[in-house]
Design a protein around this ligand. Structure first.
Ligand SMILES: *Cc1c(COP(=O)(O)O)cnc(C)c1O
Length: 401
């Protein structure tokens, strides 16, 4: 299959292709420079260690952080488990209350649910139709025994940006550490955890043209009341926070990806925003009864989440799987897709969530791809609706929600 016959890829929030410059930087660390960064007695180890420290500086720079505040991980799922379970473990004397929001990724919600089963008390703040939660409500929910507040920087499905600086001020005033999943924000918009009062955040390379299976946490010990307990114990790597032989090629790739994103951040962000807006305008003007999910005034430049009345996104996508790769408003990890918990939390019905699509743009996306994608999606929606009794009912003014 030649590249031109592959489906157009507009699912960059799921993962991104490796930038060729990142691959080039990584390659020698698989082959001739194969040393273990923890080997202190010879140049193989020293070289690997130097490469890791260079990458640590590159990641730190992306976050305007100190290299000492960066700990390498296998990605955001691990980083979030480490932050949430690690802080919970270390906060025994302070309390067992955790606050988070309903639109978090499962990499946050699942470890928190696991803690709930172990006796922790969880407050999940609800969100409105725009995806936002009430900051006053957060203030009211913080208690003496609250050990952390967990709020993502940007939502993966809708792109909604949370006001981290304001949230950080509330948490700092109450003396409660703020943890943030910045997986979708890192490398796409400027983020500065220190300025925003974030004690710990996570990112992963594969969401910004780096390799899969490598990420980092930012860990500001002054922003935390306790030192998070290590989940993975062993040789004491990464200052004891995360043991295990370092993935040197992956870390080099993460560093290079961070460097490249930092150089291109503003220009590329604007370019992607124009493409996203172009796509959205095109769908909104050519397809009836389409709505954008989430706060359109405060979201990432890379994503559009649209609700299409009276269709099932799986059925629509079945019509173009060989031509266009996008994702639906449901968790496709199981055989029977459940409607997205994010869209449900925003007040959409199960049918509305299942009639939603996520189109996400990357730094290699072109105007031609976006135009074609809008046409493919429109044609499939039209075809699906032409056979849909539900759509006929909607046209007759019957409430189908
Ligand atoms: C992709 C993603 C994760 C998981 O990151 P991995 O590195 O793939 O484990 C967590 N949170 C958000 C918001 C994501 O988009």
């Amino acid at each position: 299959m030649s590249a031109s016959h592959k489906p157009i890829y507009l699912d960059y929030h799921a993962t991104t292709p490796l930038d060729p410059r990142v691959l080039e930087a990584m390659l020698p660390w698989f082959t001739e420079n194969f040393g273990n960064a923890a080997s202190r007695s010879h140049s193989y180890g020293w070289q690997a260690s130097e490469a890791v420290e260079l990458a640590r500086g590159q990641v730190a720079k992306l976050l305007k952080a100190d290299p000492k505040e960066i700990v390498f991980t296998s990605g955001s799922t691990e980083g979030l488990n480490m932050a949430i379970k690690g802080i919970a473990e270390s906060s025994g004397s302070i309390g067992k209350h955790i606050i988070t929001i309903a639109t978090e990724h499962h990499a946050v919600l699942d470890p928190i649910e696991w803690l709930e089963k172990k006796g922790y008390e969880i407050t999940v703040l609800p969100v409105d139709i725009y995806g936002h939660f009430d900051l006053n409500r957060l203030k009211e929910c913080i208690r003496k025994d609250t050990i952390m507040v967990v709020v993502m920087w940007a939502n993966n499905e809708t792109g909604v940006l949370y006001p981290l600086t304001e949230i950080g001020m509330i948490c700092q005033a109450a003396g409660v550490p703020l943890i943030s999943d910045a997986t979708q924000a890192a490398g796409k918009i400027k983020i500065n955890p220190l300025e925003s009062g974030v004690g710990m955040l996570t990112l992963t390379a594969h969401k910004f043209n780096g390799p899969k299976g490598v990420g980092a946490i930012y860990l500001n010990e002054k922003g935390l009341r306790v030192k998070p307990a290590a989940l993975i114990q062993g040789g004491g790597h990464e200052r004891g926070f995360r043991s295990g032989t370092l993935n040197v090629p992956g870390i080099v790739g993460l560093g290079m990806a961070a460097l490249l994103r930092q150089n291109d951040l503003l220009e590329d962000g604007l370019r992607m925003k124009r493409l996203r807006d172009h796509f959205e305008k095109s769908i909104l003007s050519t397809v009836e009864a389409v709505f954008v999910n989430g706060d359109i005034d405060s979201r990432l430049p890379t994503v559009s989440n649209v609700k299409v009345t009276a269709v099932d996104s799986q059925a629509v996508m079945n019509r173009f799987r060989s031509k266009l790769a996008i994702s639906s408003g449901s968790a496709c990890s199981s055989a029977n897709p459940e409607p997205s918990h994010v869209l449900l939390a925003m007040g959409l019905s199960a049918a509305e969530a299942k009639g939603s699509f996520r189109i996400s743009i990357g730094s290699t996306t072109t105007l031609e791809e976006v135009d074609k994608a809008a046409q493919i999606l429109k044609d499939a929606i039209d075809a699906e609706r032409s056979q849909s009794p539900l759509w006929q009912m909607f046209k007759q003014g019957i409430d189908i929600s």
